[in-house]
Design a protein around this ligand. Structure first.
Ligand SMILES: NC(=O)c1ccc[n+]([C@@H]2O[C@H](COP(=O)([O-])OP(=O)(O)OC[C@H]3O[C@@H](n4cnc5c(N)ncnc54)[C@H](OP(=O)(O)O)[C@@H]3O)[C@@H](O)[C@H]2O)c1
Length: 260
């Protein structure tokens, strides 16, 4: 069944994999991007590759055959809508240029969606970052989705922001990591609090340290805290899990942590 998916963070690592998966599954995707032209650089996008890379980003069970690589290439640029006329097997991509800190832009992108994915993350030099990016964006998502009557949200969080509560994490790591990433983790926790306080059907996906390996589809998942000994997971596998979570009720109102 094809769906209408809203996606924040599509120009990023995890978000790029989510985008590639969603389009390859034939979903209609509405993306919010500050700089839509960066979408053309996403190496995971089927249209830009020689082979079917999105297959590794999507759940294997749902990729029964090889995904059709795009013929001729898709033009990705700022604009309202980019129909995939040359790639009938792929979903349509709509791009809204805007910032997740702007409530109106977020509301526009989530309106009419069956599900919303957010893989936002702070970028650029610390001096130019908004310390509350994730919390403010989450508040905008909750308000926009509430208003539009959209219920399902699959949102990237971070396992590290919660390790002080993990009975299986050593005291040394608990003492160091939260200090090093104090500001970033505070934003993550506020983001989670805003989403948990909402009426949405949320899943807060908590990766351990992100790496850029290809998707394996083989990672461990544990509620709230990383699987014992788990330290890292690839962005592609996080996207893989997010795609699976869309079709499974098991992770509704839950915070699954991912690691190999
Ligand atoms: N690094 C780790 O080891 C680690 C571990 C666990 C969890 N995480 C979490 O994982 C998340 C995603 O990681 P990632 O590596 O996939 O992220 P990433 O590659 O840095 O991508 C971040 C995305 O957010 C977008 N974004 C940032 N500010 C925005 C704004 N104001 N408006 C609209 N879009 C905005 C970026 O767009 P632009 O292209 O416009 O910048 C980009 O698409 C982060 O939230 C991070 O906290 C990270």
């Amino acid at each position: 069944m094809t769906m209408r998916i809203a996606l924040l963070g599509a120009t990023g690592g995890i978000g790029g994999h989510v985008l590639a998966w969603a389009l390859s599954e034939g979903h209609d995707v509405h993306v919010l991007a500050r700089r839509p032209e960066l979408l053309a650089r996403q190496p995971q996008l089927p249209a830009r590759s020689a082979g079917p890379p999105a297959r590794s980003a999507g759940p294997p069970a749902r990729s029964a055959g090889p995904l059709a690589p795009a013929e001729g290439g898709r033009v990705l640029a700022a604009g309202r809508q980019i129909p995939a006329a040359d790639t009938p097997a792929l979903g349509r991509l709509t791009v809204t240029a805007g910032d997740s800190l702007d409530p109106g832009s977020v509301a526009e992108v989530v309106a009419g969606a069956d599900a919303v994915f957010s893989a936002l993350g702070p970028r650029g030099p610390r001096s130019t970052r908004t310390p509350s990016l994730l919390a403010e964006s989450a508040a905008n998502l909750v308000a926009g989705m509430d208003r539009a009557g959209v219920g399902r949200l699959i949102n990237v969080s971070a396992a590290g922001a919660f390790i002080t509560g993990d009975p299986d994490t050593g005291a040394l790591i608990k003492a160091i990591i939260p200090r090093v990433f104090a500001a970033a983790f505070a934003d993550v926790r506020e983001m989670e609090a805003a989403i948990r306080a909402s009426n949405l059907s949320w899943t807060l996906v908590r990766p351990t340290r992100l790496v850029n390996h290809p998707a394996t589809g083989r990672y461990r998942v544990r509620a709230d805290y990383p699987p014992p000994g788990g330290r890292k997971v690839s962005r592609a596998d996080v996207a893989h899990f997010m795609a699976l979570a869309l079709t499974q009720d098991a992770w509704l109102h839950a915070a699954p942590a991912l690691a190999y």
